[in-house]
Design a protein around this ligand. Structure first.
Ligand SMILES: *[C@@H]1O[C@H](CO)[C@@H](O)[C@H](O)[C@H]1NC(C)=O
Length: 332
């Protein structure tokens, strides 16, 4: 009897020791993991961060009522230059229609900076303000709207989303010169009947082998002092990418630790790497290609009905193709 008891006691002791050991080993491994992550977390210099931080700029036009009391399923965020009225009108008449899918709340917004400050700029600005009163879908901040400031604009979109529309399930950053099949995106890729929306999710045309161009004449030139590594982490092409809304605030937070680059999609990729979020590929099994076609693809109604987006659609082409595309549900 006594022997059995001592044996039992030894067993209890062993078990206790093992549990303690597991706890401490786990604790130290964990600490090391945190320390490792912490080592790479250097806030960027104040002057660099100020360039892309939305708190540096003021709203010239805002739509604070747009998302109030709503839980949109999808927010379409379209960066445009102030002068691109025809692009905005084409988007409003095509994939940007907010009531295109019954019972699915979709919100469309255009994001702009300031027109160049010369004589023409005054007219562009007053036209934009009139257009904004008419449609209530334009958000503008007071930085110069230029190619080099696209990263600033993207951070502005993330900030707007996180602070004014955080209840939305998904958001998409999509250029105006895109053919977007909203129906396929909503019904097949995101699925409003799925119950809860995903988190930490981003998909699009994934670029996994991007490298910085060191040639000064390249449009995509990035000097080594700005980004010393030889390759970019995986990122999604800026033409159009879709993400769960929780990422908007997380990307805004991560931007405190990532030095600004003028390539907005690479920049978002760098923020995602810091967050440990990997962009997801979206493939069509039928065509064995990405659902996000960034590159030319000849228009064919039924092929397009099985894709999310194709790029290369200036306003006149978008309007023409969209007209034909309305026949897809009955003919494909
Ligand atoms: C970005 O906007 C700021 C603020 O308007 C301006 O000073 C700067 O020149 C712009 N940068 C580029 C590259 O256009």
């Amino acid at each position: 009897m006594f022997e059995v008891w001592s044996c039992k006691r030894t067993l209890i002791k062993c078990f206790f020791l093992a549990a303690l050991l597991t706890f401490f080993v786990g604790f130290f491994l964990n600490r090391r993991g945190h320390a490792k992550a912490g080592q790479s977390l250097h806030p960027v210099d104040k002057e660099f961060y100020a360039v892309i931080s939305p708190s540096t700029y003021k709203y010239v036009l805002n739509q604070p009522e747009k998302c109030k009391g709503r839980h949109p399923f999808l927010v379409l965020m379209v960066p445009v230059a102030p002068k691109d009225r025809s692009s905005r009108d084409a988007v409003r008449k095509t994939w940007g229609q907010e009531d295109s899918i019954p019972n699915v709340d979709i919100l469309r917004l255009f994001f702009a900076g300031l027109p160049p400050g010369d004589w023409g700029g005054v007219h562009i600005q007053s036209d934009l303000e009139k257009e904004s009163q008419e449609h209530r879908d334009i958000i503008q901040m007071d930085f110069l709207d230029s190619y080099g400031n696209l990263t600033v604009k993207t951070m502005m979109m993330m900030h707007w989303l996180a602070s004014q529309c955080g209840h939305a399930s998904y958001a998409m950053k999509v250029d105006a010169d895109i053919f977007l099949n909203v129906h396929y995106l909503v019904q097949h890729l995101l699925d409003p009947t799925a119950g809860t929306a995903r988190r930490g999710f981003i998909t699009g045309s994934v670029i996994a082998d991007g490298r910085p161009r060191r040639n000064r004449n390249s449009k995509w030139h990035i000097p080594e002092e700005v980004f010393p590594e030889d390759s970019y982490p995986p990122y999604v092409s800026g033409a159009g990418y879709v993400f769960s809304t929780d990422l908007a605030g997380k990307i805004s937070w991560a931007s405190r630790f990532v030095r600004p680059l003028p390539l907005e999609d690479v920049y978002v990729g760098l923020c995602l790497r810091l967050l440990g979020v990997r962009p997801v590929y979206s493939y069509s099994l039928a065509s064995m290609r990405s659902l996000f076609v960034v590159g030319n693809l000849e228009y064919r109604r039924c092929a397009y009905s099985q894709l999310v987006l194709v790029n290369g659609f200036p306003p006149h082409r978008l309007l023409r193709v969209w007209h034909d595309f309305q026949k897809a549900p009955f003919t494909c």
